[in-house]
Design a binder for this molecule. Structure first.
Ligand SMILES: NC(=O)C1=CN([C@@H]2O[C@H](COP(=O)(O)OP(=O)(O)OC[C@H]3O[C@@H](n4cnc5c(N)ncnc54)[C@H](O)[C@@H]3O)[C@@H](O)[C@H]2O)C=CC1
Ligand SMILES: O=C(CO)COP(=O)(O)O
Length: 316
């Protein structure tokens, strides 16, 4: 089965390198010319694409593959799907983006189902920095697909000697775990940036996990999915690592540092979407509210952290 990856940023490039171990891979990028010329993405410096990766700027050619990985930022996913004229009948569309679409408050699987109803949607998510995958370091991810048979086929196709995929049929749980952990990672970065300490960060991670589980299960996810790679696993990685852009964003906000708007920070928009979704569903998401306040409403970080501490005492 042929594989194409749409999106020539850090993650698309890393996946192309890793999956080329299994056979030829097509990598489509919006700005393909420099990638074709240098075989390197500026988003993933120092990683050169192997010869078995064909880089193209021709979207129609790329989507002729049977399995198509979607590796663009979440807020670009619906636009990218709209650009593809082909109904992609029978193909597997594997979303690798982590977030919630702000316009529709939907995750990637629903966007795919609306745009390409004759395709099968799947999610590839879990704790993994692009640089680790590209350098062949061991990584374990969740491959979620509502169809057990299709999920098993994708699991086999997309696993490599160093990229170990676990299968799940809980698409909602897998995609929400990946989306929501980015919001909590911003809060953890802010906590460390303010100098509040590692104990406070552990508290934020734990209460953040409760918040993630509350919203996800309300939307039909299984709690055990949130406890797996796509939820707890990715939360642990992203909330504690300087490699995380979401964590660094929160830390920079707290320190009053300049923010580079070109860097992909999925949790910022996702926090807004989460707050809107939580209000609609009547689910309490105080950490997501705090992140929206500091990222979009100009609330000073110390006050937003104080708001969290000032909430009424409650049972765990
Ligand atoms: N970088 C990482 O370590 C990981 C990233 N992810 C997820 O992968 C997704 C993509 O992230 P990265 O590759 O890291 O971001 P990135 O910022 O490195 O690259 C994003 C790429 O998407 C392209 N792009 C943006 N809008 C587009 C559009 N409308 N059409 C075509 N191309 C478009 C940009 O030109 C850029 O090349 C995100 O949802 C992220 O959460 C998931 C796991 C790990
Ligand atoms: O999703 C990731 C790790 O699993 C990457 O995190 P950042 O987007 O915060 O860099």
């Amino acid at each position: 089965m042929s594989v194409a990856i749409l999106g020539g940023g850090a993650f698309g490039t890393a996946l192309a390198v890793a999956l080329s171990a299994n056979g030829p891979v097509t990598l489509w990028a919006r700005e393909a010319a420099p990638l074709i010329a240098t075989r390197q993405s500026p988003r993933l410096p120092g990683v050169t694409l192997p010869e078995t990766v064909t880089v193209t700027g021709d979207l129609a050619q790329a989507v002729s593959a049977e399995t198509i990985l979607l590796s663009v930022p979440m807020q670009s996913l619906s636009g990218l799907l709209a650009q593809i004229d082909d109904p992609l009948t029978g193909k597997a569309l594997v979303a690798c983006c982590k977030g919630i679409d702000l316009a529709t408050l939907e995750g990637p699987a629903a966007l795919i189902a609306h745009a390409k109803p004759k395709a099968t949607a799947a999610i590839l998510t879990g704790p993994s920095f692009a640089t680790d995958i590209a350098h062949g370091l061991p990584t374990a991810l969740t491959l979620a697909c509502a169809s057990e048979a299709r999920g098993a086929a994708l699991q086999a196709q997309l696993s490599t000697a160093t990229l170990r995929l676990y299968r799940s049929s809980d698409v909602t749980g897998a995609e929400l775990g990946g989306a929501l952990k980015n919001v909590i990672a911003i809060a953890c970065g802010a906590c460390i940036g303010l100098g509040l300490g590692e104990s406070a960060r552990a508290a934020l991670m734990t209460r953040g996990f409760a918040e993630m589980t509350r919203l996800a299960t309300r939307l039909g996810a299984r709690a055990e999915t949130l406890a797996g790679l796509s939820g707890f696993g990715d939360l642990a990685l992203t909330c504690t690592s300087d490699h995380s852009r979401n964590y660094r964003f929160g830390r920079a906000l707290a320190r009053g540092e300049t923010i580079d708007p070109a860097v992909t920070v999925e949790g910022a928009r996702t926090a807004e979407a989460v707050v809107a979704l939580a209000e609609r569903l009547g689910v309490d998401m105080p950490i997501a509210r705090a992140v929206t306040a500091i990222a979009h409403d100009g609330r000073p970080v110390p006050q937003a952290m104080q708001d969290l501490l000032n909430r009424p005492l409650k049972e765990e």
